[in-house]
Design a protein around this ligand. Structure first.
Ligand SMILES: Cc1ncc(COP(=O)(O)O)c(C=O)c1O
Length: 399
C-alpha cells in the first residue's frame, strides 16, 4: 500500500523556504535588535488614513468594494499608476497596467509566461531572493550577470545570450542598496535590445529616495521589451498586497490570462481603499514622512558603521531604500556568525542568500528601517564585536 496519496510534480523539489523566513523564526527573541528583516517600518503605516478610507468605502460603495471585480484591476487605480509612471518618464497607458497581488505575484506571472525547464533567466549578482524563489518552480536556471557598484555591466550581457529575460532591480536594490545610474540604464537597455533580451524591471523601492529621485526607469529606454513591476507595499503597507505590472500589448494580454487563472483579480476592497486614500491627496505628504524617517535610519547606520566597523567591512552608503550591504574579509563566513550574533542580541541576513550561482559568503545585508537610531547603534556595535572575535579566532588558528 502506498504511504501517501500524493505524488508530487517535479517542480516541488525546487520549492524552497526563504532563508530569511527561516531565520526570522530564530529572530523572535525579545529584545533582539533586528537588522535582519526586510520589513518596512510599521510606524510608517498610514493606519489612521486607512481607517477613514475604510469607513468611507464601506459606507459609500460597500457592494462594489466587496464584490468580484475585473482581472485587470479597478480603472481608477490603473489610471493613477499610469499617470504616476508618466511623471517618472515612462510613457504608459492605463490599458497596459495590470493590478497584481503585490509585485511578488508579478514576478510569478512573468515567470509563468517566460520560463520553463532548461530555459535560462539572467539575474544580478546579488539579487532579490524572492525573485529566485519565484523563478525556481518553473525549472529554469538562473544565471548571474557580472555587476559592479553601479549594477549589471552592459558588456557582460552577451554572456547570457539566449536567456529568456534579465531580471533587474534599478533602484536601491534589495539587497545591496545600489541604484543604477542613468547612463548605465541606457546602456543596459540598448544592449538588451540589440540582443533581443527581454527585461523584467522590479521597482518596489523607487519612491524611497532621500536626496534625489532616481532616473527614469530602464523601461523608458526599451518599453517594447520590458515588463515593469511596481508595488504599494513600501509606499503604503505590504499587508494590502497590491502591486502592478506594466507590459507591452502582446505580453499584457497573456499576463491577464495568467492572473485570471491564478486568483481572478487582486482584492477589490484593498483596491478601493487605496483609491480612496490617493483621492485624499495624502500620498506625497506621507511619502515625505517615510523618506525622512528612513533617512534618519540610514544616517544612524552610516554613523554606527563608521564608528564600529570601518576596519572590518566595506560598504556604499545607500541613497534610498532600506538596506546596507557589507563586504567583510573573505575568510569570514557570515552565515556561521549568525548564531553568535543572535546570542549577542542582534540579527542580520547573511549575503549568501541572495546569490543564484556564485555566493559571496563574506557579505551581510543590514536593514536600517526596522529599529530606532539608538538601537541601530547598539546592534552594529554588537555585530562588530562578533566579527572582531571571529577574526581574532581565525588568526589564532592560522598561527
Ligand atoms: C525587490 C523586491 N521585489 C518584490 C518584492 C515583493 O513585494 P510585494 O510586497 O509588492 O509583493 C520585494 C519585497 O520585499 C522586493 O524587495
Amino acid at each position: 500500500m502506498s504511504e501517501t496519496a500524493f505524488t508530487f510534480a517535479q517542480r516541488v523539489s525546487r520549492l524552497k523556504p526563504s532563508m530569511i523566513r527561516e531565520l526570522m523564526k530564530l529572530m523572535g527573541r525579545p529584545g533582539l535588535v533586528s537588522l535582519g528583516g526586510g520589513l518596512p517600518s510599521a510606524a510608517s503605516f498610514p493606519a489612521e488614513a486607512l481607517r477613514a478610507a475604510a469607513q468611507c468605502v464601506l459606507s459609500q460603495a460597500p457592494r462594489e468594494a466587496l464584490q468580484y471585480a475585473t482581472t485587470e484591476g479597478l480603472p481608477a487605480l490603473r489610471e493613477w499608476v499610469a499617470e504616476r509612471l508618466r511623471q517618472r518618464g515612462l510613457a504608459v497607458q492605463a490599458t497596459q497596467v495590470l493590478i497584481t497581488s503585490g509585485s511578488q505575484q508579478g514576478l510569478d506571472l512573468v515567470a509563468k509566461l517566460l520560463l520553463e525547464k532548461g530555459a535560462k533567466v539572467a539575474v544580478e549578482s546579488p539579487t532579490y531572493l524572492g525573485a529566485l524563489q519565484a523563478f525556481a518552480p518553473y525549472e529554469a536556471d538562473a544565471v548571474e550577470v557580472a555587476c559592479d557598484e553601479a549594477g549589471p555591466l552592459p558588456e557582460s550581457l552577451h554572456e547570457v545570450a539566449g536567456a529568456r529575460a534579465l531580471y533587474l532591480l534599478p533602484n536601491f536594490q534589495n539587497p545591496t542598496g545600489r541604484c543604477i545610474p542613468d547612463e548605465r540604464r541606457i546602456a543596459i537597455a540598448n544592449q538588451a535590445k540589440k540582443q533581443g533580451l527581454a527585461l523584467i524591471e522590479d521597482d518596489p523601492y523607487g519612491d524611497l529616495w532621500f536626496d534625489q529621485a532616481p532616473p527614469p526607469p530602464v523601461a523608458a529606454h526599451w518599453p517594447e521589451g520590458t515588463v515593469y513591476l511596481g508595488s504599494f507595499s513600501k509606499i503604503l503597507a505590504p499587508g494590502l498586497r497590491l502591486g502592478y505590472a506594466v507590459a507591452p500589448a502582446p505580453v499584457y494580454d497573456l499576463l491577464v490570462n495568467a492572473k485570471q487563472a491564478a486568483d481572478l483579480h487582486s482584492g477589490t476592497f484593498a483596491q478601493h481603499l487605496v483609491i480612496e486614500l490617493l483621492r485624499t491627496g495624502m500620498l506625497d505628504t506621507h511619502l515625505g514622512e517615510v523618506r525622512a524617517q528612513y533617512c534618519l535610519g540610514r544616517d544612524a547606520m552610516a554613523q554606527a558603521l563608521h564608528s564600529y566597523m570601518r576596519d572590518l567591512a566595506t560598504w556604499q552608503v545607500p541613497q534610498g531604500g532600506m538596506f546596507f550591504w557589507l563586504t567583510l574579509a573573505p575568510k569570514i563566513d557570515a552565515a556561521a556568525l549568525l548564531p553568535q550574533a543572535i546570542e549577542q542580541g542582534v540579527s542580520f541576513v547573511p549575503g549568501v542568500a541572495f546569490f543564484a550561482t556564485r555566493p559571496m559568503h563574506h557579505s551581510i545585508r543590514l536593514s536600517f528601517v526596522t529599529e530606532p537610531a539608538d538601537r541601530i547603534e547598539q546592534g552594529v556595535a554588537a555585530l562588530a564585536q562578533v566579527i572582531r572575535r571571529a577574526l581574532a579566532t581565525q588568526s589564532g588558528q592560522a598561527q
